[in-house]
Write a protein that binds this ligand. Structure first.
Ligand SMILES: *Cc1c(COP(=O)(O)O)cnc(C)c1O
Length: 423
């Protein structure tokens, strides 16, 4: 069942076939190997009705993923996350049809599990036994977990300031974690990863397309699920927290694939959200930069959204095209708005996200303010990572709880003093 026709370098156009086990382009120009599928073959092997009978998790879309045989699948039950109708938050924002795609409940706590389930399955198909990653944390945690499941050794390069919640997770999954000092704009974790890939034969498995084209296929399934969960209707806008723009590109590609097999007709506006403390992709959109020549951010990132701190959007070329093709746009938000979004998500909808995970909502709030959203539109916000990923930020903003002796007078007093509640 060969559903992948070939891979083609987005920069030099060189073609590769799966049996050559391609991962990075040999021309070393860091062009991503875009995967081209045989949509006729997919259409002939599955229908919407057959799809509906399969278990609701990521691999129900097997035909749209690059793995050649189900026996290579490395899964922890990723995908199949709920699309929550956000009634209270919608009312607060004045929107009638607001939905949250809740990726906080993935096996390692972020959508990156979709990426790494595909990447590690391909590593298994290709016969790799060791993998390397550069990541601010979530992609590394995901790779470490899937690596553990598959028996593949993982070395993870993270920035020296990476959140401890993420490091703890990595160490338990058995990854060899190295914090790398970040003093210049160039991402030093990528530099280290390239070294072990080129010199020591590691499988490159970051969530950046030019280094690994397979992981980008995972987030396609977010788009597939949204379409099915909305009963085969297309939302008007999808808000996506953006760092390397790999997630955004994957989600766009998912809508593209369903169009290509004729299961839907049209696209939502794809909206990229970044922090003002590191916004190279949104800046590229605003300045209409050449997709093949996006200008990296000049400084180390300064934001609480530690999952969005890529100073160069590795998949920005495809990401910009996705914005243009869907009439989408980019917004940059202040950290304060991200914190506010975190609190609203948790207190109105019961969804606890880390700052990067809540950035999509902050972007929606900014877009409403800028007059870019109509109250009747069907809006989907991706909530991409769990709040417990970053306990430092949580402690800084939520503080701690008061302690009392177990006596009524104390309770009455403290409720009024700390929480303004009179019993
Ligand atoms: C990685 C990540 C993103 C952004 O994905 P990119 O592919 O880098 O654009 C968003 N949210 C969370 C929680 C992440 O870990």
């Amino acid at each position: 069942m060969p559903f992948v026709k070939y891979l083609r370098c987005a920069r030099c156009g060189r073609i590769y076939y799966l049996d050559e086990k391609p991962v990075m382009c040999k021309n070393k120009d860091l062009g991503r190997l875009d995967i081209y599928y045989d949509y006729e073959a997919i259409k002939n092997s599955i229908t919407r009705e057959e799809l509906a009978k399969r278990p609701f998790y990521m691999w129900r879309y097997f035909e749209f993923l690059p793995v050649s045989d189900r026996k290579y699948i490395v899964s922890l039950g990723e995908g199949g996350t709920p699309l929550i109708k956000a009634e209270r938050l919608g009312e607060y924002l004045g929107l009638k049809n607001l939905y949250l795609k809740d990726e906080t409940r993935m096996p390692t706590g972020s959508f990156k599990d979709r990426c790494m389930s595909v990447a590690v399955s391909m590593a298994k198909q290709f016969g790799f036994t060791k993998a390397a990653i550069a990541s601010s944390g979530n992609a590394a945690a995901a790779l470490a977990a899937y690596g553990a499941k598959a028996g593949i050794d993982v070395i993870a390069f993270v920035p020296d300031f990476a959140a401890y919640g993420k490091i703890a997770q990595l160490l338990f999954y058995g990854a060899k974690v190295i914090r790398v000092k970040w003093t210049e704009a160039e991402d030093p974790t990528v530099k280290m990863m390239k070294l072990v890939v080129e010199k020591y034969g590691f499988y490159p498995s970051p969530s950046f397309g030019p280094f690994n084209p397979y992981q980008i296929e995972g987030p396609k399934t977010i788009a597939f699920e949204i379409i099915e969960q909305l009963n085969w209707s297309i939302p008007d806008q999808v808000f996506i927290p953006t760092g390397a723009a790999s997630l955004l590109t994957g989600v766009y590609n998912g809508f593209r694939d369903f169009n290509n097999v004729g299961w839907i007709n049209g696209y939502p506006k794809i909206v990229a959200v970044q922090s003002t403390g590191n916004a190279p992709f949104v800046r590229a959109w605003m300045e209409k930069q050449d997709p093949m020549n996006i200008r990296p951010w000049e400084k180390p990132p300064e934001t609480i959204a530690t999952g969005l701190e890529d100073t160069f959007p590795w998949d920005g070329d495809a990401g910009l095209k996705a914005l243009y093709h869907t009439n989408g746009y980019g917004v940059a938000v202040e950290d304060e708005l991200i914190l506010k979004a975190m609190k609203l998500l948790a207190s109105l909808e019961g969804v606890f996200a880390e700052p990067s995970g809540a950035a999509g909502l902050a972007g929606l709030m900014k877009a409403i303010n800028d007059g870019l959203v109509d109250k009747d539109e069907k809006i989907v916000v991706l909530v991409t990572g769990h709040g417990l990923k970053d306990p430092d930020i949580v402690r800084k903003t939520a503080g701690d709880a008061p302690t009392i002796e177990p006596r009524e007078e104390e309770l009455v007093k403290v409720l009024e003093k700390y929480y303004g509640i009179k019993l």
